[in-house]
Design a protein around this ligand. Structure first.
Ligand SMILES: Cc1ncc(COP(=O)(O)O)c(C=O)c1O
Length: 400
């Protein structure tokens, strides 16, 4: 008889994953998945790229590559990131198998079983699972409209008996909360962490999907601003700007941390897929990426506005949300004590799926929130599905 490892025993199934089985039911309207719309992928561009590859490039695509990534992709990605303002030359860049692998590698780099780390609450479920798999002791700090509650973070830091290994943040268009950190929060957080020797993991997979040019100043990353020289491990991804099927992301980290990460990645998968790295490089190099990102930004904005409009018209006053400024999500706050899983059950019976709040609570408890994704559903379906969500909400609120 076998016994599982302690780390596996701690893992819980994500509600999103369980709900995905319902996605196959015909006619279901899905506000659940955090993935791009199948109908929006740049298929013609990818076909054109593949057709133009030389035999030599195809051989490279079929072969193992360096653990850090194919040199040509590292070069084109460097230009892409530098255009965003990231300090690539003062750090080391590594291609990863999705940014989730980057988060995993960083967790493995820092966390021994029982070590404390700090996350936002709510928090991206993939990161929570990764941290749990290394048996981290997760201490979460609430998110406000402007980003992590810095006063609460200070309180937590002052009360902890041991120094946390890192603080994990998703400052740009948070999953699930949609939040864009204010410049003030970023500066206060940097001031607070200055001199404490606590690195930040900055998870930035949505910043290219902003809706308003005037938000660009707020989109400047911790990694870019960083006046105090804090160790910031920045992770990003091609998943939301080309397609998650590439399974390609990156990490931009200080040299000393990079050395450890490279060793870990070598042990995990030796290298990320060369095939998709060759494609991603051409996509960036040719300028197709800029055009495509511009196109999807417009479509996501249209969908976000459509969803916010119907919600504003129909939601009772006691349910609130902040209109998204980018990314994939609207995060509804219900009155304290309301159980969004009850709402979800009613909504599913009526043909609509979303994700209930506790999925994103690192401690799996707080459930008076709903995550609605607009990324994967047409405006027509949004207009059809949101009234159903609202009627399910009202049914549960009225029964209190
Ligand atoms: C905040 C956040 N980080 C990371 C990821 C993982 O992205 P990837 O496909 O690059 O692993 C996601 C995916 O939904 C996400 O929302």
């Amino acid at each position: 008889m076998y016994t599982f490892s302690n780390s596996v025993k701690k893992l819980r199934s994500s509600e999103i994953r369980d709900l995905m089985s319902l996605a196959n039911k015909p006619g279901m309207i899905l506000f659940s998945g955090g993935m791009p719309d199948n109908d929006m992928f740049p298929l013609d561009e990818i076909d054109a790229i593949y057709e133009k590859l030389t035999p030599q490039e195809k051989k490279i695509a079929m072969q193992y590559g360096p653990t850090s990534g194919l040199p040509q992709l590292l070069k084109s990605l460097t230009l892409f990131l530098e255009k965003k303002g990231l300090p690539v030359s003062e750090n080391k860049l590594m291609i990863t198998t999705g940014s989730l692998q980057g988060i995993n590698i960083l967790a493995k780099t820092f966390v021994n079983p029982g070590d404390t780390i700090i996350t936002e609450n709510p928090c991206f479920i993939g990161a929570v699972s990764a941290f749990n798999s290394y048996e981290a002791n997760i201490v979460s700090v609430p998110l406000t409209d402007g980003g992590m509650d810095v006063d609460k973070l200070e309180e937590v830091l002052n009360n902890l008996e041991e120094k946390p290994k890192f603080v994990y943040l998703t400052p740009n268009f948070h999953n699930p909360a949609g939040t864009l950190y204010s410049a003030e929060t970023k500066h206060r957080l940097i001031e607070l962490l200055d001199g404490r020797g606590i690195p930040i993991i900055e998870d930035d997979v949505y910043s290219d999907l902003y809706f308003n040019e005037e938000d660009k100043e707020d989109l400047r990353t911790f990694k870019e601003i960083n006046p105090k020289g804090i160790d910031i491990c920045y992770t990003g991804s091609f998943s939301k700007i080309i397609g998650p099927g590439l399974r390609l992301g990156w990490m931009l980290v200080p040299e000393a941390i990079y050395q450890k990460c490279e060793l870990i990645k070598q042990a995990i998968d030796a290298c990320s897929p060369s095939f998709t790295q060759v494609i991603a490089d051409k996509f960036l190099q040719s300028g197709m990426a800029d055009n495509y990102i511009e196109k999807v930004r417009i479509e996501y904005k249209k969908r976000a506005e459509a969803m916010a409009k119907v919600l504003n018209e129909l939601l009772p006053d006691e349910v609130t949300f902040t209109a998204p400024r980018g990314g994939f999500y609207i995060w509804l706050q219900l009155p304290e004590g309301v159980d969004s899983t009850e709402i979800l059950q009613i909504a599913i019976e009526k043909g609509v799926v979303f994700v209930s709040g506790k999925t994103f609570d690192p401690h799996g408890v707080k459930n008076n929130f709903i995550r609605l994704s607009y990324c994967n559903t047409s405006v027509e379906k949004i207009n059809e599905g949101i009234p159903i969500v609202v009627s399910a909400i009202k049914e549960v609120l009225d029964a209190r």
